[in-house]
Design a protein around this ligand. Structure first.
Ligand code: BES
Ligand code: ZN
Ligand code: ZN
Length: 529
């Protein structure tokens, strides 16, 4: 079936880690399915929440399947008195010769849509969560070929199951890895199979982009160095995008003193990635910028050791840019995008930047580096300046920038700082579709004052006090942007998932990749991008 996705093959296909041991190489190289594999088929059906104890409110697909099975599904469901609640499931066996399991999952109340207070489309979110739970339960049962009900929103259904089945176990022994599962859309009763397959493919590609972001973020920093990041991006994107890998000498020639001041503490060479996707001819591309700190120790202002392993995900901005580009190019959106990704490690060493050092950014502004742990803004400063040279119609940057945004918003939403009401409205609209939320934060002069009060230089890289830390970081970035359509997304709070999003497993989240893809999709409908 065209829409069926072989999860593990697509997942590991190109992430070949060549520079490490043969064992790891084996673990991450190509794997092929044997044609003799035994496929155990299962079906996921959706039902709406319904108080009645003598009728079931099926989705269209589920109703037709029940009719075909002479009402067996409804009979079995009604044998127990308690109606299914949103997010709950029932698994039925031996109800159909084709499927060893038929799992019924409750997708909430019929007709649920946009919830203003929650700023989310509840109907779509419930579908994602319900099918996610369903496919995971079926995988536990050993089912490995699953047909999934579109549940009235094929794209959301595809997103939910493709996101749920992701797990980063490339580095584990075969027996410890999650089994391979093939998923496809249950189109058999649809009037318009083609458009359903198309929607399913779109949802799968959206999830694939986010899953690439997750995998990159999860990869340990000894394997995912700046050089390796660039290699993987070339493998993943080079067939649809132009990928330029710039080295330290290039960055020096561009006078990126701020970026290089972070990189200098590490033996790993920095890389500046420039990626172009030209789905349309235009002189004003949409610019994406991503923080790519492949490991953040804090530098000389070193972080506490507890939980420091999470700082392998400090290239989350870069990963989300890459994930977005993968999906945008696979969807062949008619849009011109240029991406700019500064990559380096932030390490303490004899050659590292010291607190109080003064460095000069590409635009000539001098920066007193009072805290070497506020390194994200230093590498973004030069990347933002550089991106301005390409006459972008908008600049969107993503960065795991501050612990303060996590204090403010937690994993509830990515913090958005923007100088454009119009851009904000578009991004918010995109996030309602994706279910991956954003929340607007201020860019007041109040915060600018905190970073321009500086003893030795034009700017200080920290705001003096801890108060409003995400806002002072954004105010710092603002000093390097002239574009009237700038959005800065502080994604530190949404970097990892610890159960908050039901359809994402625990670990690095890849958020807000799908929101950004939807945003680019919206922008592609405007004339000049
Ligand atoms: N990479 C961190 C921010 C971060 C924190 C990301 C938690 C993900 C989870 C960033 O480089 C950092 O260390 N920021 C400092 C800034 C401070 C020194 C002004 C912070 O937030 O503490
Ligand atoms: Zn830091
Ligand atoms: Zn950092």
């Amino acid at each position: 079936m065209a829409a069926s996705i072989v999860k593990r093959v697509s997942r590991v296909k190109k992430l070949n880690i060549s520079h490490i041991s043969a064992r790891y190489k084996l673990l991450t190289g190509f794997r092929h399915f044997s044609t003799s594999k035994q496929w155990n088929k299962a079906l996921v059906l959706g039902v709406y929440e319904n108080e009645s104890t003598d009728s079931i409110d099926f989705t269209g697909t589920a109703r037709k399947f029940d009719e075909k099975a002479d009402g067996k599904i409804s009979q079995l469901l009604l044998t127990v008195k308690k109606p299914l609640k949103c997010g709950k499931t029932r698994t039925l066996h031996a109800v159909d010769p084709e499927f060893s399991s038929v799992l019924v999952t409750c997708i909430g109340k019929r007709g649920e849509g946009y919830d203003e207070l929650e700023t989310v489309d509840k109907g779509r979110e419930s579908i994602r969560a319900a099918v996610a739970k369903a496919v995971l339960q079926l995988r536990e049962l050993g089912e490995n070929e699953i047909e999934v009900d579109s549940c009235g929103d094929t794209e959301a259904s595809a997103e939910g199951c493709h996101l749920a089945l992701f797990s980063y176990d490339d580095l584990k022994a075969e027996k410890s890895r999650k089994p391979t599962v093939r998923i496809s859309c249950a189109t058999r009763y649809s009037q318009d199979k083609n458009s359903m397959e198309k929607e399913w493919r779109k949802g799968a590609i959206l999830a694939e982009g986010q899953n690439l972001s997750r995998r990159l973020m999860e990869m340990p920093a000894n394997l995912l160095t700046p050089t390796k990041f660039a290699e993987i991006i070339k493998e993943q994107l080079a067939d649809k995008c132009e990928v330029l890998v710039r080295d330290k000498d290039w960055a020096e020639s561009m006078k990126m003193g701020s970026f290089l001041s972070v990189a200098r503490g590490s033996v790993e060479p920095p890389v500046f990635l420039e990626i172009e996707y030209k789905g349309r001819q235009s002189d004003s591309p949409l610019a994406l910028v991503g923080k790519g700190v492949t490991f953040d120790t804090g530098g000389i202002s070193i972080k506490p050791s507890q939980g420091m392993d999470a700082m392998r995900g400090d290239m989350g901005g870069a990963a989300c840019v890459a994930g977005s580009l993968l999906s945008v190019s696979k969807l062949q959106l008619p849009v011109h995008v240029k991406a700019f990704i500064p990559l380096c490690e932030n390490m303490p060493s004899g050659s590292a930047t010291k607190p109080g050092d003064v460095v000069t950014a590409m635009n000539g502004k001098t920066i007193q580096v009072d805290n070497t742990d506020a390194e994200g803004r230093l590498i973004l400063a030069d990347a933002l300046c550089y991106s301005e040279q390409f006459n972008p119609s908008l600049i969107l940057d993503m960065a795991t920038l501050t612990g303060a945004i996590d204090v403010a918003l937690g994993a509830g939403a990515a913090g958005v700082f923007t100088n454009s009401e119009n851009m904000w409205n578009k991004l918010q609209k995109a996030s309602v579709r994706s279910g991956d939320r954003v929340w607007r934060m201020p860019l007041f002069n109040h915060y600018t004052k905190k970073i321009t009060e500086c003893q030795l230089a034009d700017l200080n890289n920290i705001g003096g006090s801890r108060s409003g830390g995400a806002c002072t970081a954004a105010a710092f970035l603002k000093e390097f942007v002239n574009n009237k359509n700038w959005l800065h997304l502080d994604i530190a709070g949404v970097m990892s998932n610890s159960g908050d999003v039901a359809y994402l497993g625990k670990g690095m989240s890849g958020r807000p990749t799908r929101t950004v893809i939807e945003f680019i999709n919206l922008m592609s409908k405007e004339t000049n991008n």
